[in-house]
Design a protein around this ligand. Structure first.
Ligand code: PRP
Ligand code: MN
Ligand code: MG
Length: 193
């Protein structure tokens, strides 16, 4: 069998660096959620957020609900389609609740703007965003938080195509415990898409 890391050029954040930073973000989020009167709803954006969400919430010792939505914008390529679709909706009712959206990465901002509008329509009273990576160089739509929502981020990400810790290329590499930069020859074939 082929190792999970075939095609990785170099490591951007090691497993230990990821873990340390997730702990810091979790502490900040926990302190804020403790000040909320009602349990918050933590909404992970599948599939990319699954590892970050799992590592985050187990370090947030506060009563909360966890749910997932699926919002897809990249398909199998490396470029955002710009038209995200909600392909799987919430199970939990977020009306009147504080929602914390958990993402692996904010790139153009299209996925979040679509999801935040959706959650607002469902009556969320406030919406925070907690993203593992933030790539501001690629932003096309600014992140509009709702109510007293806050923006939390793990790392600012340079403008490379990164994979691992939930982030995929063509659905692969999500299980790497670190964040790495993909060798350009791995996706060059897609540049005509
Ligand atoms: C990726 C990533 C974010 C989104 C960020 O998801 O996980 O959800 O794109 O890009 P944006 O800010 O330009 O919208 P993707 O659509 O690849 O689905 P996935 O999580 O299943 O990989
Ligand atoms: Mn995603
Ligand atoms: Mg993806």
């Amino acid at each position: 069998m082929v190792s999970a890391e075939v095609g990785i050029d170099y490591v951007l954040w090691t497993e230990a660096e990821v873990s340390a930073r997730v702990g810091e973000v979790a502490a900040e989020l926990a302190a804020d959620l403790r000040a909320q009167p009602e349990p918050a709803v933590v909404v992970g954006v599948a599939t990319g957020a699954f590892l970050f969400l799992a590592d985050l919430v187990r370090r947030v010792d506060v009563r909360l609900a966890v749910d997932f939505v699926r919002v897809e914008s990249y398909g199998a390529g490396t470029e955002s389609s710009g038209k995200p679709r909600i392909t799987s909706d919430l199970k939990v009712d977020v009306a009147g609740k504080h929602v914390v959206v958990v993402e692996d990465i904010v790139d153009t901002g299209n996925t979040l703007s679509c999801l935040i509008a959706h959650l607002e329509k469902k009556g969320a009273s406030s919406i925070s965003v907690c993203t593992f990576l933030d790539k501001p160089a690629r932003r096309k739509v600014s992140v509009q938080l709702v109510g007293d929502g806050k923006f939390y981020r793990g790392f600012e990400c340079p403008d490379y195509f990164v994979v691992g810790y939930g982030l995929d290329y063509a659905e692969l590499y999500r299980n790497l415990p670190y964040v790495g930069v993909l060798k350009p020859e791995m996706y060059k074939k897609d540049s005509s898409n």
